[in-house]
Every structure is written in structure tokens, then in C-alpha cells.
Ligand binder design. Sequence first.
Ligand code: GCB
Length: 580
Amino acid sequence: MLYPRINRFRQVIELSGFWDFRPDPRNEGETGNWGRGFEGGEPMAVPASWNDQVTDLRDFLGPAWYATSFELPEAWEQGRLLLRFDSVNYLASVWLNGTRLGDHEGGHLPFSFDVTRAVAPGGNRLVVRVDGQLAPDRVPPGNVPADPMDGFFNNPQHPAASFDFFPFCGIHRPVRLCRVPSQSIESVEVETALEKPGGVVRVRVRCGIAPSTQVRVRLEGHGESLATDADISEGRASVSLSMARPALWSCQSPNLYRLEVQLVRGKDAFDSYTLSAGIRSIQVQGDRLLLNGEPVLLKGFGRHEDFPVTGRGLVPAVVVRDFDLMKWTGANSFRTTHYPYSEEMMDLADRLGYLVIDEIPAVGLFFSEGGLERRKALCAACLRDLVARDRNHPSVIAWSVANEPHSRRSAAAPFLQDLVALARSLDPTRLVTMVSHVGLEEEAFSSCDVACLNRYYGWYSEGGRIEEGCARLAAELDALHEKFAKPIILSEFGADTVSGWHSEPPEMFSEEYQARFLERCIQVASSRPWVVGQHVWNLCDFKTGQSIQRVGAMNLKGVFTRDRRPKMAAHLLRRLWGGR
Ligand code: GCB
């Protein structure tokens, strides 16, 4: 689904602002026809989570109703109108002027409705029902029955998520009304490759079929200006553009070209879509990870879309701030733990030269109960939508199909292997991985390009004994490498740390302990050339549910606090990674 753009053929109205909001704890709204409109709404900011805006709603996960109204500009009565939601967590049902447009399941990916006929020339009333409750048959799941095989995961928390972040709910990213030509560009897929004698950019376009139309593709930048036309057959066209000496995209030089796709009839264009294209290659060769043919080490973080008051809502300033903090530490990479991030964040990753492991919201997957087929179908749908959304980003180097699935059950390996195979078939140009906490027992590692391992020896085990923890980490990394014979990313390691708490010698929860812990883990990883990535958990402290594991309902493993102030460990990383 194309990200909305404004140009001479395409217009966008953003519907962000204060919407009317009404919780529906007794689930009366559907039978009471609240889709037509409802009384008694209170103001609620969109985009943002509702949980931290209003005291009484902190643990309320829905259902709840949002409503807003808008008038259509006169000039918009021509063309096709799409209503696009960038992210609503978790289940969204949408009505326009009393007509139910449809539903969408899944919290972090965009969906849209064609509202050309539903929209009225005068006033319009848009109503959205959001249900973010936790249930075993959702992805990610919640309220999962305890399983003796899962040890750590049986720690109850409130709300009962089976993942370690607060289950924020609401309309989390912008809602936009988009006007496109009645026959328009529907999708653009860009693939780049380094082939002798230079670089190739392949572009596939899908569009509404318009008679005697051609697709024109123009690539500009870095002293090049290439253009080519292609015929459309059954709504599809593809072109290849070659360059002898392309300006490659890399972390140090995130060179981007401007790629414009037009639909042309005769001499006249009637639709246009522009995006940035970066030419780079990514591959695994033996034990090494190669970017543009050169070994690369991923230095960076897991992160969360999480900020005070706005919860999981998109705050563009926080996106900029987080890139600034990462740059300051010298990081060049992150994983979208544990769900797809905003499209705005992915755009900045392209511009700023970050290498991204892009993850579907398959966190806390379990395999002991019924409902496996439904969970798998939801994961597959997320993967399809994520690849469709993010495949044009040069920053994305790998797809991650799961984080810490409860893989000790026999149903896990085939489930995960099928997802890995699906990712590969959707996009053969990138790496595919999954993130494990069972290590040597993770059978699905054998089908991945890179094995991602989360480890907290010296924290959840070997507490207070960093050296013992690191010895165990070293031994396990060696065994894993021996068994799977592929590069490994240490995809999480970290220690909860109360900002301002000090102790020497270092004790758990002190800034000294976190700094020592991270330094030693990084030494273990760095002394093994086949450990091609070190992602610290976490960039910033973030909100979780309540449990005895989480002081003040916070995961405090950030090297920055939730309001983005550095702990000692941030300064350490900056020294180790050569930050600015
Ligand atoms: C993990 C999870 C992450 C948690 C982290 C922790 O392994 O992947 O979601 O937040 O551990 O801090 O326990």
C-alpha cells in the first residue's frame, strides 16, 4: 500500500486532532449502533494511545469508540478517495456516515478503504471502534494459559500480556483522506542489485488499467538522470535501469536517488508517485555479513515506540530524537522490536543510513494450545503486509519472523520454518531471520540466514556475577556457531538500571553494573568475527505491565531514560562504538 504523497495528481487531508472518544466496557456500542454516531464523547488526541491520556483508562483495553467529522473540499468531488489508517491497535472497525466500511486486525500496519462512494459532499462522520483486548488467538497473544515448559514466561503481569511491553491501545498513527486519480498507480516495487558493470534498479508497477497508457520511470541524482517507458499489460509494467557507477547506499553515505513513476497517456502524465531509492546489496557469505560486498558489523539497539503520555502514538520529534541518540552512541542499526515501526521512522532510517531488521508482531508466540492455524495465518498476513509496506527501503536488510517464540513445543519448528520460507518467497533479495531465547534448541535457525540470540546471563541468571555470565555467553555463542555454521547476531543483552543509582563495586540496578555488563558482553561478541551484530536492549526505558519483575511498571534496561537522558552506559557505548 503506497504511503500517501502530495503532488499535482494526489492530495492528502490529515484527520489528526481531538476526536470524540467513548469507552464501551459493556460492549453496547455495536447493538446500540454507535457506528452511526454516539453521545457523551470526551476529547482524545489522535494519533496517540488512549491509556496515558486519561487516568481512568490506564488499564482499559477496549472496546472504545472514536468519532470525528470533516467536510470534503469542493475540488475533491472528482477522483478516487481512500481513507488510510497507518496503525490502529488492535482490532479496528470503521464506519463512514453510518455505513460500515470494514474491519482490520493487527496493530502496526496500515490499512485503507475506498470511500469514493461513501463520502458525502457536505459533512461526513467517521467512527472507529477499537478493541485492544489481550487474547490467546491474537498476534501478539495475551491471557495465555501458563505452560510448565515455558518457565520465565509464566510470570503473571497486569495487564496479562505475553510480552514485555505495555499493551497500549488506540489510533496510534495518522489517519488520512487521500485523493488519487480514478485510474492510478497502485503499487511500486523497487529492487536494486550490484551487477557488473555497476548497479541495476528494477521497478515493478501495478496500476488501474487505463487504455493506451504507459508507465514512465525516471531515476535522478548523483549526476545521473535516466528515464524509460514501459507498456502496461494487465495492469502491470516493469523496467530496469542500469548505471555504470552508482553512488551506493551505505551507513556512512546513505546515497538516495529520486525515483519517479508516472502514468502517461500521449504526452501527458495523469498520475505520479515519487520515492527514494538506495542502491545496495546485502548478503551472507559463509560467516560474514556483507553490505555492498564489504563486511559490516551491526551496532545498535532494540527499541520501543514508547513515550510518556502519548504511549505508542507517533511523535515525529521523538523519532528524530531517537535517531540523534543512536547517532550519538555510534550505532548503525536497530531491530523493530517487536512490531513494525512507523513508515516515518523507516524513511529516516533510509536517509540517515541505518541497517534495520524489520520484525512482525510475532512476540510471545506459543504452540501449546489450539488455534495454531489462526495464529499462523495472522503471522503470514502481517509478513505479507510488512514486506509490501517496507520492501522499497534500502535500510531494511532482513525480515524477522518472530521474537522469542516458545519453541520447545514440537509444533514450533514447522510453524517458524514456514514463515521463513514465506518471507524468502515474498522477497528473495533480503536476509531472513528469527530471534530466539532457546538457542541451541531453536530448530528453525537452520532455515535462517542469520541466527539472532537474546541473552541475559549476568541478569536473569548469574545475577551479580557478570564474569560467570559472560563465560556462559561465550560458550553458548561458540556452540551455536558450531551447530548452525552461520553468522550470529546478539540481538538483545541488557540490565535494568535505575538512573542515578550508583555502586562501586557494581551491583545490579546501578549504572555501573549496566555499563560493566554491556562492556563485557560487547567484548565477548566483538572477539568473535562471526558475531555480526550487537544490539543492546534497550535504547530507552519503556513502560510495561505491572509485575514484581518491573519496578514502577517500567523495563529499565534503556541506556537512556524514558525521557531520553543518558545513563552511564550510553557514554560507554559512545566510546566503544565511536559515536560523535
Ligand atoms: C527479552 C524480550 C524483550 C524483553 C527483554 C527483557 O528477551 O525479547 O521483549 O523486554 O527480554 O528485558 O526481559
